[in-house]
Write a protein that binds this ligand. Sequence first.
Ligand code: PEP
Ligand code: MN
Length: 370
Amino acid sequence: MDNNPEISTIAQLRQNIDGINAQILELLSQRAKTVIQIGQQQTLSSMSHYDPVREEEMLTALEKQNQANNGPFPISTIKKLFKEIFKASMDLEDSQDQKHLLVSRKVKAEDTVIQIGDLKIGGGNAPFLIAGPCAIESEEQMDSTAEFLKDFGVKIYRGGAYKPRTSPYGFQGMGVDGLIIGSGAAKANGMAFITEVMDTRDVEIISEYADILQVGTRNMHNFALLREVGRQSKPVLLKRGFAATMEEWFYAAEYILAEGNPNVILCERGIRTFEKKTRNTLDLSSVAIAKLETHLPVVVDVTHAAGRRDILVQLAKAAFAVGADGVHIEVHPNPKVALSDNEQQLDFAGFRAFHDAVKPYLAAKDVVVK
Ligand code: PEP
Ligand code: MN
């Protein structure tokens, strides 16, 4: 024991401090629990968690109390400390929200399986291909490609009737005529038809013809469109925005689920980076993370990721190896004269070689391919 009186006073005061720390922690925990309750109510009534007026009121009340109590801390210090507490509380509310996202595996542990005809997508079912021309250009082009692809067991036929083009003077698609041609060719060959929707005003007509609606990379942040496709009944393939984080992509899917449509397929199609040898950089870690954090099926679009034909097999194999449920690829009878994406679409011989190379991956899930 120390007989020095100063030392024993310090020890006593330190004990007091320990007790006060424990009380502060207890109060902070109580505060956090109350904050979570408020956050849940705000989420239920679609209110923002951040309320600057309320924050200002709390700071003013603290300032008054500090003055009345002659508190030793200057008000600037008190405000700084409480602003830290407010920020930690906001972060807590936001993280609680994320835990409750409909897309999250924490909310739904089992994989979402989407049935289209006799094809089951996701949930460990055999991987599949989505294939077809970039744009619908003519009946002949769509019929011949569909007839060719069906012999390879392709069950989902793609073709754009409304094309998002960088230049307003580029070919913009055939519109409703394209929908008629594309859906007819798919149906005649026993395939489902997927096509892109770019405008809320077209959702109704496109969902009459398409079996799956595609939201393209440029529209991943189009929240009105996401809500609209969430209100109709067809499955939606949601491409990742070319400059979107994974979190933003998952939130975009959440918009669709929150409107009542549970059938969303995520599609990674490459993101924009400094790299110029590919059109986009295929981010395969997003496939692994989407499979871990969400319960939705995931498809990889190798065509738009690469922007070139010579690495499509490698990218598709990598996509399947990392856990993709399907691969998306563009095929055109004569890519040289295609009205869009003629650098990267495969011709029939190219597709045959591609299919030969990836065939083992299409046989069954979890198959180990050397
Ligand atoms: C497409 O698939 O037709 C397309 C335009 O792709 P993305 O939105 O990925 O560019
Ligand atoms: Mn294309």
